[in-house]
Write a protein that binds this ligand. Sequence first.
Ligand code: GCW
Length: 720
Amino acid sequence: MNNMTRISALIILILVTIAAVRAEDGSRLWLRYDRIDDPVLLTACQKNLTGWFIEGDSPVLRAAAGELERGLSGLLGRAIPEARSARRHGTVVAGTPASGKVIASLGLEQKLAGLGEEGYLIVSTLYRGKRITAIAASHDHGVLYGVFHFLRLLQTGQEITGLEIKSRPRIGVRLLNHWDNLDRTVERGYAGRSLWDWEELPDRLDPRYIEYARANASIGINGTVLTNVNANSQVLTDGYLRKVAALADLFRPYGIRVYLTARFSAPVEIGGLVTADPLAPAVIAWWQAKAEEIYRLIPDFGGFLVKANSEGQPGPQNYGRSHADGANLLADALAPHSGIVMWRAFVYDNNVPDDRAKQAWNEFVPLDGRFRENALIQVKNGPIDFQPREPFHPLFGAMPRTAMMPEFQITQEYLGASVHLVYLAPLYEECLRSDTHAAGEGSTVARVVDGSLGGHTLTAMAGVSNIGDVRNWTGHPFGQANWYAFGRLAWDPGLSSATIAGEWVRMTFTRDEEAAHTISGMMMASREIAVNYMTPLGLHHIMYYGHHYGPGPWVDSGRADWTSVYYHRADSAGIGFERTPAGSNALEQYRPPLRELYGRVESCPEELLLWFHHLPWEHRMKSGRILWEELCYRYDAGVRSVGRLRSEWASLQEHIDAERFSEVSTLLAKQERDARIWRDACTLYFQTFSGKPFPADFDPPQHDLQWYKAHTYEDIPGIE
Ligand code: GCW
């Protein structure tokens, strides 16, 4: 090697190193495909995987091929281009029985029959005497999902021989809901601006659109609602629809359909009509024509999501009509094109004197059976609003003749925005596993949602996106885990949050067993920790007015059901919202075994105690402490636990790249600082009612209550 060559080799090495380090900015999500770092595993994989090829050709199969090439080459550490045949041991063959002769020869048709369009098989088998791995499905979409599953096995260090994997989604429509506005602001978004660059669309197509589609396809998400539920009817005009069509074209090969939010007053705002009355013939005709126009541009358009007569949005009630009238108007317009309507049940009205937690049930239950077959009711996981903890929404299981879908929030509106490490899968899981008792024991929310309880074939699940245009997509590196977990649970609501955490950690941070175990442990503890320092024991909606990031238990002015005092009801006698028959009786919306369970103070889980009961400060808790002391204890434990998360993270330094290590360290420090603010502000405030001293071992708040009331947040993205 002469000097020049040496110098250029050195420069290349430096550049490669810089690129590798830079790449740890989180932008590759869980699809990093870095070379398997365990030498034994790597050798075994290299031996068992010698090539791949896809049988057949279609845009979806080409996407699958691209992924296999990228994934295998990356993970095995050498270029693995597509092979021409399966003549060697160790070839991965992917396709459908209709698309090629290898898959067709394996006799898998019967096994595939029950797996639908999106299900797949991954089997280790013999083809003409050669060991191959077949990724087979009845349709191309299944092949794509199977490819991602196979790559996940490699990414997470699992066996890739002796495979006999069968998978199909339990939920049909698995959707992200973007609360993205046309000016690229994102409601409750903490990760920069909207990905959708409406000004540049449809001509310039940001390469990130494809990255977005790949990431979603890899976890089984098959639809995206591009726009905010607080809708702008402009998106339904010709110019915007062409932009939407450009996105739809890009997403299609990844099995992702686009959906839009429909503003109920659109016929007036952009259609020049004088009314949006759902029963008016001109309005019916307008929506029909609009649907035709959309489907001409986007033949596989998914449908509409609607927020109506909620928080100031227009709706059928403006014309004296019901939610069913409104939903059916749109459902009828979409039905000829196989589109669906998702009609939100997030309705409550300040002028209705009843407990806000009861209002959705009150309005929707009488409408059961009145919605069209292509309509679903989209229900938030709990009856209030994405709180750190709520009981499941009583509408689940209460409308057996209607298709019901849950809406989870992936973005952390009430859970620390993009600054707190809070893994949300345990929250989703808690809701999905809740037993509604709608048709006896075992009638879980998951069974309502997957249609098995009510015999529904139209099934769906939505997650409000936490994605923006920041480099790592979600702001907090661990925010990616919530996106990932949502997709995995929408595919299979029976998965455990711990399993999902384990997968994600191995795909993103490390395959070192001990380190991965520590990180998963941090994630699994994180939600309960946040509940403790924000809203322990069933408290809810005591966040600061407007931004919902920090504490604001004192908020008492403005619309009553947007104040904190409405929810915690603290007074000198005690604290909590009485929802038994002695109070609002929200309890009656649950089935008898739950009425009994939650209704009696002795059996009500302490996690939900103050959700259902107003109890004296002296109430004796299971720990032996009185309620006041328990409250202080929980707030304090929450903050201490963040301290523990920090030291656990610190212990991982050698396993994590410098960039993400320091980013997470910084965020955890902020989280601890703000958890302490939560603890101090809430305990000081509630002390004004309990009139009791802080427990002896409780480190007193650092400032007085005035200080906390005046506190503002200057370094929290998306929070003013
Ligand atoms: O959680 C609340 C949010 C609003 C949101 C609303 C809803 C899109 O504070 O920002 O509006 O719920 O879900 O419609």
